[in-house]
Design a binder for this molecule. Structure first.
Ligand SMILES: C[S@@+](CC[C@H](N)C(=O)[O-])C[C@H]1O[C@@H](n2cnc3c(N)ncnc32)[C@H](O)[C@@H]1O
Ligand SMILES: [Zn+2]
Length: 284
């Protein structure tokens, strides 16, 4: 339920507790009178003042991501994330935070497999419109992950970060002792068979090492799972997969569709790394 995650929320202006008020789609407010109305789709915009200068995914890019993920191509990844999160989300009252939730696709699977309450954060309103529809029981917040999170200390049992930015210091503050952070990154050779023709950007070398380094001051590395998923992609899927990533900012959808139209399906391999980190048991 929407209200389940509310006790963990903090006002971004005064850090006081937030509570849910009004009629659907509700508003969030603190006792000092700071108030944030939900958009009609049900997400809350907590960003006040100037945001980070950020090139948000466009509505078209979000639609491509929604179509591609909705077709189930990455279902094994969603299942793997849910399996790694489940051990810390088995108790009713547990809480999961999805950092850069996008359309909420992976969070949906976690919520289907566990009784957890959820907070989804993303800086893109276009993404959150869809996330709020897909996960109406989660609190979906427009927020910048680089800012202090509007979440109380030691309230979150699992944090998931799927191809999205992470803020290790803030994660360490909000996670409960013994809680988990699950980070999914693409591995070298991810969709290598189709990368060039769809104009996808390459993976920077050393990405996994940098992830481990950034988390190491706060968390213990508990597990690294390498997951390969064989894909059979039709022309439309090719256009979607190219358009939904960062390259979508530089590509023309109509040109992409034209260049893939009429092609028979192609084979490609998605290569993911799932890195699991744990917070110290004593919380120090
Ligand atoms: C590649 S998408 C991944 C979305 C989702 N996790 C998925 O895998 O479908 C990255 C997401 O991170 C979000 N994002 C990027 N920078 C952000 C920031 N500073 N704060 C919050 N979200 C951010 C984008 O809007 C986008 O939805
Ligand atoms: Zn306040």
């Amino acid at each position: 339920m929407l209200s389940d995650a509310v006790p963990a929320l903090r006002c971004p202006v005064c850090q006081g507790p937030l509570s849910l008020g009004g009629a659907p789609p509700f508003s969030l407010g603190c006792v000092a009178g700071h108030s944030f109305d939900a958009a009609k789709q049900g997400y809350f915009n907590l960003l006040t003042g100037k945001g980070t200068v950020f090139e948000a995914d466009t509505a078209e890019m979000v639609a491509a991501r929604n179509d591609f993920l909705g077709a189930g191509h990455y279902a094994p990844l969603a299942e793997a994330i849910a399996e790694l999160a489940a051990p810390v989300l088995s108790a009713p009252g547990s809480l999961v935070l999805d950092s850069g939730t996008g359309t909420g696709h992976y969070l949906r699977t976690v919520l289907d497999r566990t009784p957890a309450a959820a907070i989804g954060i993303d800086i893109s309103k276009f993404a959150l419109r869809r996330a709020a529809r897909l996960n109406p029981g989660a609190i979906n917040l427009v927020w910048d992950i680089w800012r202090p999170l509007p979440i109380a200390d030691r309230t979150v049992d699992a944090i998931m970060v799927v191809f999205a930015p992470r803020n290790p210091q803030e994660f360490a503050r909000v996670v409960r002792p013994g809680g988990r952070v699950i980070v999914v990154t693409p591995r070298n050779g991810h969709l290598g068979e189709i990368a060039e023709r769809t104009g996808m950007l390459g993976i920077e070398p050393g990405k996994d090492e940098r992830l481990a380094e950034s988390m190491q001051p706060f968390f213990t590395s508990a597990d690294v799972v390498k997951l390969d998923v064989d894909l059979t992609l039709a022309a439309r899927d090719l256009a979607d997969v190219a358009f939904m990533g960062p390259a979508g900012h530089h590509l023309e959808r109509s040109a992409l569709l034209a260049s893939t139209a009429g092609e028979s399906s192609v084979h490609a391999t998605a290569k993911f790394t799932l890195s699991v980190f744990t917070a110290p048991e004593n919380g120090s």
